[in-house]
Design a protein around this ligand. Structure first.
Ligand code: TYD
Length: 217
């Protein structure tokens, strides 16, 4: 998978809430920028003006009456926009795109988590991304009880506990299904998805990630 330095590279991070994805993205971005690469850091849902508005809607605990299908279509709408507006152009310019969550989250949260049909999710994902799967995806795997403690602490620190609490409010069986779902989905996509033990230190995780992104060599 080695690629010349002027070729765009698309890397995504996935996992349960609170597994440390954003820290990893920050670390990796700094390292790649120091090595002279242009790096675009993104998060889903979000990353565009429209996407951030959709994010506010879908993560607002006030909207706990959203149907599973409506929730799904909001994620896909935000994704279609970020792909068209940000990700494709950045890759075309030869930049590195690091995204916190992407289409795998839909398969796992809406499929394994909410119970929607995985085949339908695959085709809806494809409407949004038009075949643009990442070059590499890392799943940060962690015991959901530990991860949830981290997510709650972070939300409280950021003052997000009210606005962004819809998933953090889910019960432990949901989070356990998410963990198992990511592992199952990774086992179906072994060429692209690498599962990392998120209990490792941030530095340790970054080295594990780098060892699995041979296009940066
Ligand atoms: P966020 O606060 O960004 O959580 P995290 O830090 O764990 O990424 O909220 C995003 C939430 O949206 C997260 O709980 C997972 C969920 N989600 C889906 O259910 N489907 C999706 O397609 C995406 C992108 C996210």
């Amino acid at each position: 998978m080695a690629a010349p330095a002027n070729t765009g590279v698309f890397v995504t991070f996935e996992g349960g809430d609170g597994a440390g994805k954003s820290t990893q993205i920050r670390f990796l971005a700094r390292l790649l920028e120091d090595a002279g690469r242009e790096v675009v850091r993104l998060r889903e849902p979000g990353g565009t003006a429209v996407g951030e508005e959709l994010r506010a809607v879908v993560l607002d605990p006030k909207n706990d009456n959203l149907s599973d299908e409506a929730e799904l279509l909001i994620y896909e709408a935000a994704r279609a926009q970020i792909v068209a507006e940000v990700i494709r152009p950045a890759l075309k310019r030869g930049e590195v795109v690091l995204c916190d969550r992407y289409a795998d989250s839909t398969v796992v949260y809406q499929g394994y988590g909410r119970g929607l049909d995985i085949e339908k999710l695959r085709s809806l994902n494809d409407v949004a991304i038009g075949g643009l799967w990442p070059d590499r995806t890392f799943v940060l795997d962690m015991d959901p009880a530990d991860a949830l403690k981290r997510a709650r602490r972070r939300n409280a620190e950021l003052g997000l506990s009210e606005k962004e609490g819809r998933f953090e409010a889910e019960q432990m069986p949901f989070h356990t299904r998410i963990r198992e779902g990511f592992k199952l989905w990774a086992a179906h996509n072994t060429k692209r998805i690498v599962v990392l033990d998120a209990a490792d230190s941030p530095e340790g995780l970054m080295h594990q990630a780098l060892a699995n992104i041979d296009m940066f060599e």
